[in-house]
Design a protein around this ligand. Structure first.
Ligand SMILES: Cc1cc2nc3c(=O)[nH]c(=O)nc-3n(C[C@H](O)[C@H](O)[C@H](O)COP(=O)(O)OP(=O)(O)OC[C@H]3O[C@@H](n4cnc5c(N)ncnc54)[C@H](O)[C@@H]3O)c2cc1C
Length: 502
């Protein structure tokens, strides 16, 4: 349904009205909202992604469609209100992918915020969402729900709700919708350079990683939605401060929680989440300046493993969680618009920014949850909508997802464990036929989460996966060997514990 992948050389034969660069949630959202506008009628709109769709931050988030309690504390009420509106919309429209989830904000000793400080915060949080869904859990009730939680100085927890998602699947769902609206998408095409064309519009020098060729694509308008890499194409001074956040995953039975827990880390009092996701228990995140090459996958560092394990061991002493319980890790890089004030990472605001230079519209920052709102800001800057239309779009009750795209077998359900069985193989057959799969890691790390939720990336299942891939993707034995080696190397290097921890 994403259509057949076309080589960049073929795409270069079209004079595009708009090219969106970046296939994360921001680019996908811009493409979809652009296709929805009357201006899109008869126009040719293309999204280009240098690697796979959702390869960047949008497959490595904490998987929460949420307002963000801590942004309330930072006074970022606008971001929280927008996020909660969007959360409720996504819960209504795609309940198969975005699911309401109970959260427990654990309160200990003289911790701030305590029960009394949280009460008005939660009242406002619910009011923004138009629901009333929070209540105080006493220590006894909390211990009943989470018996492994340490009772040292435990006062209780504020229970509230937010939502969980498979972030990569959300991106794919938005892309499916955009393609059904007439947009075109292509993965593994990197935009290396943008220049203003003498007849107007832009020349995009692109590299097609599949056939290793360079070509030039022409577009009348360009949106640079490349997340943490936005500075490379914006043409302006550096604005993005890349901040890394990592997560560890362990089998759910090692810490069988049903609610997501928000816990202040004993070391620095940062809120860290411990939550159930796809049959695993997940802990994260960290918040550090990322100095690595942004074109490569980020890795979880030794100190991040230590930091997260320290929390698990202090908070759940009876569970005896050790490194040996960690099934996998993942790290993502937040595209944060730098305040330039030298703030510590967690104090930097999470809101997005849109700016223009020589006609190139760049967008970066923001959240997964607010992709629709971000897209409207981009379209306004692009001149495709005006202020009135933007206000109308913000408040509209019209559906964002209008096409009947049903992923098979609960694919992307954040509350369903991934099991390797005949149904999984059936799902795989659907994926390789409909979702522009290029590499094995596209299938196992983003179209499904087998690679994240099984030890060694599910290496033991590869022989059966090979049969499906070879049948539908026409991979010969040599190609399979290359794909398998590439995938296992990726799992070892970027999704396992850092070397000194194994
Ligand atoms: C640890 C962590 C936890 C988070 N948790 C949450 C959460 O729970 N809820 C929430 O709402 N938000 C969360 N966020 C924020 C959210 O994930 C990001 O804001 C969002 O995913 C950014 O999307 P994006 O499309 O802007 O960037 P990306 O997803 O990084 O997409 C940019 C894309 O552009 C591509 N690209 C770059 N350069 C080029 C080029 N030259 N040519 C072609 N393509 C290019 C990249 O390959 C990439 O795929 C979290 C972020 C992190 C890091």
């Amino acid at each position: 349904m994403l259509g057949t992948r076309m080589d960049a050389a073929v795409l270069a034969q079209t004079d595009w009205d708009l090219v969106v660069i970046g296939g994360g949630i921001t680019g996908a959202g811009v493409l979809l909202e652009a296709m929805r506008q009357p201006q899109a009628r008869g126009k040719k709109v293309l999204l280009l992604e240098q690697k796979d769709f959702a390869w960047g931050t949008s497959s490595r988030s904490s998987k929460m469609v949420h307002g963000g309690i801590r942004y309330m504390a930072q006074g970022d009420f606008r971001l929280v209100r927008e996020s909660l509106h969007e959360r409720e919309r996504l819960l209504r429209e795609i309940p198969d992918l975005v699911q309401r989830q109970a959260y427990l904000f654990v309160v200990r000793g003289r911790q701030f915020p305590n029960r009394w400080a949280m009460a008005p915060i939660m009242w406002l949080y619910d009011a923004f969402a138009g629901i009333r869904d929070h209540q105080w859990f006493s220590k006894a009730r909390l211990s009943q729900c989470v018996p492994q939680l340490s009772t040292a100085q435990l006062k209780g927890a504020m229970r509230y709700t937010d939502a969980l998602v498979d972030d990569a699947r959300l991106v794919l769902r938005v892309l499916h919708e955009a393609v059904l609206e007439g947009g075109q998408v292509c993965n593994y095409v990197q935009v290396n350079h943008l220049s203003v064309h003498h007849t107007g519009g832009f020349d995009l020098s692109v590299y097609d990683a599949l056939n290793q060729t360079e070509t030039t694509i022409h577009a009348k308008k360009v949106v640079n939605a490349t997340g943490a890499l936005a500075d490379a194409l914006s043409g302006t001074e550096k604005k993005v401060r890349p901040l890394r956040g990592s997560h560890l995953l362990m089998a759910h039975h090692r810490l069988p929680i049903e609610s997501s827990l928000t816990i202040l880390h004993p070391r620095d009092k940062r809120p860290v989440f411990v939550y159930p996701w796809m049959g695993m228990t997940c802990v994260g995140t960290t918040d550090l300046d990322h100095t690595g090459d942004l074109r490569q996958e980020a890795d979880c560092a030794v100190e991040e493993v230590d930091y997260l394990l320290e929390l698990m061991q202090r908070e759940f002493p009876s569970a005896h969680i050790t490194q040996a319980d960690i099934v996998s890790s993942f790290a993502g890089v937040r595209p944060i618009i730098a305040s330039g004030k030298g703030l510590n990472p967690s104090q930097e605001r999470r809101s997005h920014s849109v700016w223009t230079h020589h006609g190139v519209v760049t967008v970066s920052g923001g959240k997964l949850t607010t992709f629709r709102v971000i897209a409207h800001d981009v379209l306004r800057t692009l001149g495709w909508i005006d202020e009135n239309k933007q206000r109308a779009l913000r408040d509209t009750h019209e559906r964002l997802f209008r096409h009947d795209v049903v992923f098979p077998n609960d694919l992307g359900n954040p509350k369903k464990a991934i099991e390797f069985n005949p149904t999984f193989l059936q799902t795989l057959e659907w994926i390789v036929q409909h979702e522009m799969v290029v590499h094995l890691d596209d299938v196992l790390l983003r179209r499904t989460r087998l690679g994240n939720t099984q030890r060694n990336g599910g290496q033991e299942y590869l022989p059966k996966i090979r049969t499906v891939c070879q049948k539908y993707l026409a991979w010969d034995d040599a190609r399979w060997q290359l794909e398998q080696a590439r995938y296992l190397e990726m799992i070892q290097t970027h999704y396992s514990l850092p070397k000194t921890h194994t």
